[in-house]
Each structure stands twice: as structure tokens, then as C-alpha cells.
Design a protein around this ligand. Structure first.
Ligand SMILES: Cc1cc2nc3c(=O)[nH]c(=O)nc-3n(C[C@H](O)[C@H](O)[C@H](O)COP(=O)(O)OP(=O)(O)OC[C@H]3O[C@@H](n4cnc5c(N)ncnc54)[C@H](O)[C@@H]3O)c2cc1C
Length: 275
């Protein structure tokens, strides 16, 4: 379906983008979720503000003890970054599993987080890696912990008039292990179930899921149960996966099958962190 007519503008700075942002406009990044929504008439803004080439939103850099990814960094930028491979290898692993090369070259980290598709890969990885989402509005900037960012089905803590500018991550300590394991939807490549897990050198864990429920979530019951990472402890942790969740149901996976997949991918993730 062809989209209706809209104005298009491509500012050079975040400040210029914020000046243009009003109730009748939408931020455009990679366009891989927004443009289909416009074509389906699910959204009808009068103006698109293209932020994909704003230089300050593009880079991946170190800042003190944090790794900072610009909101307009594409999945490919992340996949190819040496800093990512060195400090957050799970992100390169996960980015490689997103869509196909065209999707990876256009889709952005900020766009994926703002859109908050319940099957998107980044939300689980960002939760496991303790990301902080930095947003800017005309009145200043604020930082939102990823633990508080995803609020429900396609919903986030982002307020109108705000643009995600960067996502910050603590640089994991030497010896930290991490992985992203995904059961792929064969057509779109989105996650039917995805599990991101991180094991700190002291044995504590962060475990997060996507695709399972209406929003990505950290599974603190699993995190608390890994204990000494013995075979028994891991099986006990896996048994607790997604307890009490209301599961997504679609023609790819029933509630029972999704719960089963969540346990299987939790086990795969935890076992990948053993050695
Ligand atoms: C065929 C196909 C396959 C895909 N496969 C996968 C997959 O396997 N895994 C996966 O995780 N994803 C997948 N995606 C999603 C894709 O990779 C993008 O992550 C997703 O479309 C959102 O990123 P975008 O940059 O395209 O955002 P856009 O479509 O440009 O924007 C999405 C929404 O976010 C808002 N927005 C964008 N950037 C910002 C910002 N910086 N601040 C505030 N709001 C912002 C926009 O206004 C819009 O509401 C797929 C998409 C397609 C079309």
C-alpha cells in the first residue's frame, strides 16, 4: 500500500530536530517500522523528521567506564564495531541475527528501543547489559534505566517531545561472559523467543527475555537461582523461567509452546556462559 503524503525534513542537529518536533510530526530513523505503519495508516503524522544522519547520533565510543552507542547507530554499525566486539560481544552476536543485510544497514538501535516491538532483539540485550537510555527534549536531557524504559506493549517511558540520543552501558569487568540466544521467526527473523544473559565474574547474572510477553523483561527469579552455576542450580533456575507471565500467543507459538521455548532458550543461554 502506498503511504499518504507527508512533509519530510532532515535536520543536521538534535536541537534543530527538537525545534521541529510537535504533535503532528514523527521522528524517522531507519524507517523499517515507521514506514510500514504509515502505509497501513496506523499512524498519520504530517511531517517526518529524519534523524538518521545527524552526526552526533551516529557513533560508538568509550566515555570513562561506559560504552556509548548513538541512537542512530545501525545494527550493522554495532555488528562491525571493534569496541562492541571487545566489550559487549553479545551485541555483535545479536545484531548478526537481526533481519537481513538491508534491515541491518538501515534499522537503528534507538528506533528499535523507541518502537518497543515485543519481539525485537535489542530490548532483551539492552536490559541484560544494564543499558541506560539517554533522551533529550527542549528542556534538557534525562537518563532512563532500561529496567524502567519498557512499560508495556509497544510502550516505553519516552515522552512526547523527547528524542533518544544515546544508550550507555557500564563496561563489563574482565571475565564477564554474555550471550544472546534466539529462536527465529523464519519469515521476519524477529524473535519468537530471545534470551540475553550475562554472567559477572562474581557469579551474579542478568537474564532478560524478548518475544515471550507483551514487553521485554528481566527475569530476576532466574537471576537469583543460578547460585553456584552447578548443573542442579541451572536446572532449578530454568524451571523458574517466565513464571507468572502472560505469554504472547500467535500462529507461530501457543502459550504452552512459548513457555517451553523460553525455558529451552534460557537453558541454552545459561549453559553458554559456563566456560
Ligand atoms: C522485514 C523486517 C525484519 C526485521 N527483523 C528484525 C529482527 O529480526 N529483529 C529485530 O529486533 N528487529 C527487526 N526488524 C526491525 C528493524 O530492525 C528496526 O529495528 C526497527 O524497524 C526500528 O528501527 P528503525 O531505525 O527502522 O526505526 P523507525 O522505523 O524509523 O522508527 C520506529 C519508531 O521509533 C521512533 N524513533 C526512531 N528513532 C528514535 C529516536 N532516536 N528517538 C525517539 N524516537 C525514535 C519513530 O518515531 C517511530 O515511532 C525488522 C524489520 C523489518 C521491516
Amino acid at each position: 500500500m502506498i503511504s499518504y503524503e507527508f512533509d519530510y525534513t532532515r535536520p543536521d542537529t538534535v536541537e534543530a530536530a527538537l525545534d521541529l518536533l510537535d504533535d503532528d510530526s514523527k521522528i524517522l530513523a531507519g524507517g523499517h517500522s515507521l514506514i510500514p505503519a504509515l502505509k497501513l495508516r496506523l499512524s498519520a503524522p504530517g511531517k517526518l523528521i529524519d534523524i538518521a544522519r545527524i552526526p552526533s547520533l551516529k557513533g560508538i565510543k568509550m566515555d570513562g567506564n561506559e560504552l556509548v552507542i548513538g541512537a542512530a547507530a545501525t545494527h550493522s554499525d554495532i555488528l562491525e564495531s571493534d569496541l562492541i566486539k571487545q566489550h559487549l560481544p553479545m551485541f555483535a552476536e545479536g545484531a548478526a541475527l537481526i533481519g537481513d543485510p538491508m534491515i541491518r544497514h538501515k534499522g537503528t538501535l534507538g528506533g528499535s528501543l523507541a518502537h518497543a516491538d515485543p519481539s525485537a532483539d535489542w530490548p532483551a540485550m539492552v536490559l541484560a547489559a544494564e543499558g541506560t537510555v539517554v533522551v533529550q527534549s527542549k528542556t534538557g536531557t534525562r537518563s532512563i534505566s532500561s529496567d524502567d524504559f519498557f512499560t508495556g506493549f509497544y510502550s516505553t517511558a519516552l515522552e512526547s517531545g523527547e528524542i533518544i540520543t544515546e544508550i550507555r552501558f557500564p563496561i563489563p569487568a574482565e571475565g564477564t561472559k554474555m550471550t544472546y540466544q534466539k529462536f527465529v521467526q523464519p519469515a521476519s527473523r524477529f524473535a519468537i523467543v530471545g534470551c540475553a544473559a550475562l554472567r559477572h565474574p562474581d557469579g551474579t547474572a542478568r537474564v532478560a527475555f524478548t518475544g515471550v510477553a507483551d514487553a521485554p523483561f528481566r527475569d530476576t527469579a532466574v537471576e537469583n537461582a543460578v547460585g553456584d552455576w552447578s548443573e542442579e542450580a541451572l536446572e532449578a533456575a530454568v524451571a523458574l523461567t517466565a513464571q507468572g507471565m502472560e505469554f504472547n500467543v500467535d500462529h507461530y507459538a501457543s502459550e504452552t509452546y512459548r513457555h517451553h521455548l523460553a525455558r529451552v532458550y534460557c537453558r541454552k543461554a545459561l549453559k553458554a556462559l559456563l566456560y
